[in-house]
Design a protein around this ligand. Structure first.
Ligand code: ATP
Ligand code: MG
Length: 401
């Protein structure tokens, strides 16, 4: 496929497949990269499937990492990044609703059958240029249809994450969801809570970053999944439009999650839901900060000058503005003020100045610095001299202990 040639890993992919092939093994591209290639899109990464056993794969390459011998997956370390080489397998029985109990070497047909959706179950032989399709995946790509390999109910019962993946792929690729597959999503929606929150969180982030997140959110809501995952949310149908606007946004991951979290009306619940979703501390802070800035922007006219200036200089101000704009709640006047005041001035006085007035080091110093800076932002003091005079009069009024 012509499109693969523009991928930075293409040379390494060719080398790895070539090495396996010269040893007499089959080495095919598999899964998402074949799907993307057939759609004329550059894949994120490449996965290789082979009939060489993991031990053999390890022996053929200089540097490898065993990412799960039980699953037969070996990462080959190459200059362009790691490439996963997986041995064809059929999955054993499912007991915990997620992981297969055992993995055996299998035929390519069997390996295709254990994959989640027909569009993800294709192989591509880079040497003869043939797509190996055992599940009518090419037809579904042409029809733009997400359909399980095999009976949806059975496949969802085996691995509940697939329920969410079905909707994620609809959003990611702008595909339709096959009706029988959709019926099974609705029927089994309650069991999605058996999946770890890390994986739920990852799938939702991919949905947010897809081509049609609005479609994804609508399906999550219509299928009942949203209620199962987030009973704490009060859904607002307008959120589908907010989501629909995400693809054009710079900070879509953060913005998308801010939209979702904002549907939780009880603000005290926000932290709990962020923790449930296993967000990093930084990401959680960003969500909180975005929502707090938006709250301040809504009541901007009632704030004092120093506060206005500080909000205008917040790192996440643009995200908060886009959040309100997409909701149709952003005032043009406030936006203009912010555009004029994106950076804060350098403070006229610093801690050493305050200590020079005989103030003992401690929390008092920080408080005075803040007050002096506020006086500066309010325009009460116009230069360093005035700021020092202001400080002196202030500290003389209230001598420090
Ligand atoms: P993306 O473009 O998001 O990476 P992808 O199709 O590569 O999409 P991955 O999650 O990276 O998706 O998985 C790689 C492949 O492994 C899939 O294409 C699919 O064939 C198979 N797969 C992944 N997760 C499952 C699952 N839960 N059940 C069955 N097969 C799966
Ligand atoms: Mg992938």
């Amino acid at each position: 496929m012509e499109i693969f040639k523009s991928h930075p890993q293409w040379n390494d992919v060719k080398k790895i497949c070539g090495r396996l092939r010269e040893q007499g093994f089959t080495a095919w591209l598999a899964g998402g990269c074949v799907r993307d290639g057939l759609m004329g899109e550059v894949p994120k990464d490449f996965d290789i499937a082979t009939n060489a056993r993991p031990k053999k794969v390890e022996s053929l390459f200089n540097k490898t990492v065993n990412v799960g011998k039980a699953f037969g997956v070996i990462k080959v370390v190459v200059p362009s990044g790691d490439i996963e080489v997986a041995t064809f397998r059929r999955d054993g029985n499912y007991t915990d609703g997620r992981r297969p109990d055992s993995v055996e070497l299998a035929t390519p047909q069997e390996d295709a059958k254990r994959r989640d959706f027909t569009i993800n179950a294709l192989f591509y032989d880079i040497f003869d240029g043939e797509v190996r399709d055992y599940v009518d995946g090419i037809k579904d790509i042409q029809k733009r249809l997400v359909r399980t390999v095999g009976l949806p109910q059975d496949r969802f019962m085996e691995d509940k994450l697939r329920i969410l993946r079905a909707i994620r792929f609809v959003a990611q690729l702008d595909f339709d969801l096959d009706q029988t597959t959709y019926d099974a999503v609705c029927l089994l929606n309650h069991s999605v809570t058996q999946v770890s929150w890390e994986r739920i969180s990852d799938e939702l982030t991919k949905l947010i970053q897809g081509k049609k997140p609005g479609r994804g959110l609508k399906l999550l809501r219509d299928s009942g999944l949203l209620d199962v995952l987030f009973p704490e949310m009060a859904f607002d149908p307008k959120a589908i439009d907010w989501f629909a606007a995400l693809p054009g946004e710079k900070n879509k991951k953060l913005l998308g999650w801010i939209f979702l979290i904002s549907l939780i009306t009880d603000v005290d619940q926000h932290d709990k839901t962020c923790r449930k979703l296993r967000f990093s501390g930084d990401f959680m802070e960003d969500i909180k900060s975005g929502l707090e800035i938006a709250t301040s922007l809504r009541i901007f006219d009632r704030l004092g000058a120093p506060e206005k200036r500080k909000i205008a200089a917040e790192p996440l101000i643009d995200t908060a503005i886009r959040y309100l704009e997409l909701k149709g709640e952003m005032s043009a006047l406030v936006k203009a003020f912010i555009a004029q005041n994106r950076t804060l001035p350098k403070p006229f006085v610093e801690a050493a100045d305050i200590l020079s007035l005989g103030i003992t080091p401690g929390p008092q110093v920080g408080k005075l610095l803040e007050e002096a800076f506020d006086a500066q932002l309010e325009g009460k003091v116009q230069n360093r001299g005035a700021a020092m005079a202001w400080l002196k009069s202030k500290t003389q009024q209230k001598p420090s202990p």
